[in-house]
Design a protein around this ligand. Structure first.
Ligand SMILES: Nc1nc2c(ncn2[C@@H]2O[C@H](COP(=O)(O)OP(=O)(O)OP(=O)(O)O)[C@@H](O)[C@H]2O)c(=O)[nH]1
Length: 315
């Protein structure tokens, strides 16, 4: 339980160790190894950012911004540019403060994402977190495509000690949602979290399914606050970005849960998602335990990414 004692920032930093090592050590050697701020210097930085999964688009924006600042500030030495680079990354990620309105109102949270990204696990963690904050929570097993998905959600329901509304495998997801909404209203539930399907290979069906689900919620529970969270696997780097783009075509996504950020070198994908897609990362998964879901804060993320100080003594 040593882990639990550590503060949020220390745990965030620990989770980002591999990403930090891949980005920051490279960057540091560029700042030390170059004597001039020239094209080669910028090219090296560009390569490191792209290797760190920040994505081509965000990398370009960061470099343009950085070059402009270097000019404005009349910087001459490469080592003077580090803070400028960090600030540029911060600016590219800036989408304002994250809103978690659904924590404070009667709401329905739809969770979408393909199999294996950590959708069910994230729902379990989120349910536990919302409950700990004093909300009553109900889960809906509307990913009816596989029996295992329903069983797994029920398992997480037990762990988080919240109810689960489910039908049998292959049943109509919209019918599950209908029952779950009635149950949530009857039980005066604060947050209804719905596990929904994520079969991207049939985009038209997925779109129809989500439309139907949304129609039912709009009709049966119009007063509920709505949130749609897309779960992406952080270890898949640029694939996560293209998955997000595809999901954006079928759903109105209000936030991202980026999982498996512990132990990946591809954590830079959080920058790409916010900068390129403009969708806020609202949570990151940093382990398999029930309390391994953290609210995401870009400022702290960038600070943790570049912070070299030892975290072992931090609380
Ligand atoms: N290390 C780590 N593992 C995670 C995290 N989130 C989920 N996992 C693991 O990823 C695997 C897949 O998670 P699931 O929740 O089953 O994924 P899913 O998207 O619901 O997939 P299906 O149940 O197959 O639809 C499990 O072994 C989880 O324990 C995380 O933040 N960190």
């Amino acid at each position: 339980m040593e882990e639990k004692k550590k503060g949020f920032f220390a745990r965030l930093k620990e989770g980002l160790t591999k990403t930090r090592n891949s980005i920051v050590s490279g960057i540091d050697s560029v700042f030390r190894g170059f004597t001039d701020i020239d094209d080669d210097f910028y090219e090296e930085i560009e390569e490191i950012l792209i290797m760190g999964d920040l994505g081509v688009d965000a990398t370009e924006k960061i470099l343009t911004d950085m070059k402009q600042k270097v000019k404005e500030l009349h910087l001459k030495e490469p080592h003077e540019c580090k803070e400028v680079l960090i600030d540029s990354i911060r600016r590219q990620m800036d989408l304002g403060e994250n809103a978690y309105e659904f924590e404070h109102r009667k709401s329905v949270v739809l969770v979408i994402g393909v199999n294996g990204v950590g959708k069910t696990t994230s729902i379990g963690k989120l349910a536990d977190q919302l409950k700990a904050e004093g909300n009553s929570v109900l889960l809906a097993a509307a990913d009816t495509f596989r029996a295992a998905a329903i069983d797994q959600l029920e398992e997480w329901g037990k762990r988080a000690n919240v109810g689960v509304i489910s039908h049998k495998e292959g049943s109509d997801p919209a019918a599950v949602i209908f029952d779950a909404v009635q149950a949530a209203k009857a039980r005066n539930t604060d947050v209804l979290i719905c596990d929904t399907a994520g079969r991207l290979h049939n985009k038209k069906n997925l779109m129809e399914e989500l439309k139907k689900i949304n129609r039912i919620i709009d009709k049966e529970y119009p007063e509920a606050y709505r949130e749609t969270l897309l779960v992406l696997d952080g270890t898949t780097g640029q694939n996560a970005l293209s998955q997000a783009k595809q999901f954006m075509e079928v759903a109105d996504i209000s936030g991202i849960i980026l999982t498996k950020m512990d132990g990946t070198a591809k954590g830079g994908i959080a920058v790409a998602i916010q900068s390129e897609l403009g969708i806020p990362v609202k949570y990151i998964g940093v382990g398999e335990r029930i309390d391994d879901l953290q609210k995401f804060n870009s400022e702290q993320f960038v600070t943790a990414l570049f912070d070299r100080k030892d975290t072992s003594s931090e609380q």
